[in-house]
Design a protein around this ligand. Structure first.
Ligand code: ADP
Ligand code: MG
Length: 568
């Protein structure tokens, strides 16, 4: 027995020593992080690997070091054309012979790079997938021996992923054309479904999966119910340490511009970034954010991929993100230095109605819509959860956190739930009796018995539900309405003007066959009742800091159900 195992073990330290040598000499680090070392050695030995590691975890070294260790050029496929140049420049400064090939490069330079590849003068070559897949380029690769293929942002193969790229689906041909060259696929998206797609498309069935923990314990998660999003955002920023750098994600270019302007009006160093700006301006904003301290960038999701700024102190979402994967990636840009950081979001009824309607009216294939709708449900379940947010988030990525984290709004101030069956029935029947076409505001007017023009115009004061909801405040009704939409009891109607209709699910509830527990709308407690130490301390803080605690308190609303992430 002994003699059979001495050989591989004897071979290991050699590669390991070489890898450590490159790590320190070329990259200037003294130790590998997490499972970087195992991944590097797997590749260096010529085996494939699938790497699931959160943003900022250090995926690049996992292929850069084996590319240097192995004979030939490491070929790195990346969808981020805009960032290739930066990555290559950084590598060149470290003395690595790196180049990139994409459509942004003048033709003569493209030829030069190809020549250098053929002449064996490159350690690493970054290439866009559409270029890699050309017959001409594959031919070139056939004439050299690549050290490895690294497929970065590999979730792009999956329709389920948040960033599907059709060209990525064709990368499976690398396995057919170059069966002996090791392939490594890397991503920060780790849900089961995306993982399966990556393995299938990239033919990685035999590859070990390296899964790092996705927990980012230094990030605190908070969600507030939107009433005046921008003002809430400003209050949140004012509670951050002076000069904190942050990113604020908005859904549209227009919102980006308006938010940046609003914050500048408040004296904050806010910049705007979206795909509609000239390339030079985008670059200027990016540089200013990276190089100057304390800048706040208002941006669409176009901003941030590959941005490596360690001390981003907060990431705020002024609108609902597209999915939990997107949310996780975006919030993951905060606190890469490991220091306490904030992930803050405001969301309200309108956001849900809007995304639900976009989904309903989208012309995407049925299968895609089905996936999108499940993802939306998972996102909303996260927003509305009554249990630790980190547990919900990590569960979605297939990881379980045994204890509540103690570092999210829910843990700091657990929400209460109440039996909202009767209230939900009232709201649903108000929707049905008014013809399934009015918005939440009008339905609430009906329940409260308000005398408005619209009520009179439609004769709604004659309805049996009119004035039957005076036991709850308007805010409490809005809270009920939001949760009913989040849970799919109320759906946007077909007209597209914000009207709501009772969904299929509503039937059992109306018949009294099921009951419904919802999160309570908390009323801020008077200061004098703050008994425990932290709360006593809160009342001694300056008003802007207290406001932050109050903002946290807005989300006490809870859902007895709905905290479970739907199966993918
Ligand atoms: P990812 O691609 O996973 O988001 P990167 O590869 O861009 O992450 O690495 C994030 C940061 O961590 C970079 O600044 C990188 O230099 C640093 N880093 C990676 N590995 C190590 C290590 N072993 N020791 C110290 N710093 C590291
Ligand atoms: Mg990366």
């Amino acid at each position: 027995m002994e003699s059979t195992i001495t050989e591989p073990i004897a071979a290991m330290p050699d590669l390991r020593t070489q890898a450590l040598d490159i790590l320190s000499r070329t990259f200037g680090y003294d130790a590998f992080r997490g499972n970087q070392e195992q991944i590097v050695l797997t590749l260096a030995e010529g085996r494939n690997a699938l790497v699931l590691m959160p943003t900022g975890g250090g995926k690049s070294l996992c292929y850069q070091i084996p590319a240097l260790l192995r004979h030939g050029t490491g070929i790195i496929v990346s969808p981020l054309i805009a960032l290739m140049k930066d990555q290559v420049d950084t590598l060149r400064e470290l003395g690595v012979k790196a180049a990139f090939l994409n459509s942004s490069l003048p033709l003569t330079e493209q030829r030069q790079v190809e020549q250098a590849l053929l002449a064996g003068q490159l350690d690493m070559l970054y290439v866009a997938p559409e270029r890699l897949l050309t017959e001409g380029f594959l031919d070139l690769l056939g004439r050299v021996t690549p050290a490895l293929f690294a497929i970065d942002e590999a979730h792009c193969v999956s329709q389920w992923g948040h960033d599907f790229r059709p060209e990525y689906q064709k990368l499976g041909l690398l396995a057919d054309r170059f069966p002996h060259i090791p392939r490594i696929a890397l991503t920060a998206t780790a849900d089961e479904r995306t993982r399966r797609d990556m393995i299938a498309v990239l033919q990685l069935d035999d590859a070990p999966v390296f899964l790092s923990s996705f927990d980012r314990p230094n990030i605190r998660y908070t969600i507030v119910e939107k009433d005046n999003g921008r003002k809430q955002l400003y209050d949140f920023i004012r509670c951050q340490p002076e000069g904190s750098a942050g990113i604020i994600y908005c859904l549209s270019r227009k919102r980006v511009e308006e938010t940046a302007e609003f914050l500048r009006g408040k004296g904050l160093p806010a910049l705007a970034y979206h795909a509609g700006l000239a390339a030079a301006e985008r670059e200027r904003v990016q540089d200013e954010f990276l190089l100057q301290e304390g800048r706040i960038v208002c941006a669409t999701v176009a901003f941030g991929m590959g941005i490596d700024k360690p001390n981003v102190r907060f990431v705020a979402h002024l609108d609902l993100p597209k999915s939990l994967e997107g949310y996780y990636q975006e919030t993951g840009r905060a606190g890469r230095d490991g220091l306490p950081s904030e992930a803050w979001m405001s969301y309200g009824l309108q956001d849900i109605v809007q995304v639900r309607r976009m989904l309903a009216t989208s012309e995407a294939p049925v299968e895609v819509k089905r996936i999108e709708s499940r993802k939306l449900d998972a996102l909303l379940a996260y927003c509305e959860t009554a249990t630790c947010r980190r547990q919900v988030l990590l569960a979605y990525f297939g990881e379980s956190l045994p204890q509540p984290c103690g570092n999210c709004d829910i843990c700091s101030d657990p929400p209460r739930t109440w039996d909202a069956t009767v209230a939900a029935q009232k709201l649903l029947s108000a929707a049905i009796r008014t013809g399934n076409r009015f918005g939440a505001a009008h339905l609430i007017d009906v329940l409260l018995g308000n005398d408005t023009d619209k009520i009179r115009q439609f004769g709604h004061q004659a309805l049996p539900t009119f004035g039957k909801g005076q036991d709850l405040s308007e805010a409490a009704w809005r809270n009920v309405a939001r949760q009913l939409v989040a849970l799919g009891y109320l759906l946007p109607d077909d007209e597209g003007y914000g009207g709501l209709m009772a969904g299929e699910q509503a039937r059992a509830l109306l018949k009294g066959e099921v009951s419904l527990h919802l999160r309570e709308l908390a009323t801020p407690k008077p200061k004098s009742s703050r008994k425990d130490r932290t709360q006593a301390a809160v009342s001694d803080l300056p008003p802007e800091v207290q406001r932050r605690f109050d903002a946290l308190r807005v989300l006490r609303l809870s859902l007895a159900q709905g905290q479970k992430v739907p199966p993918y």
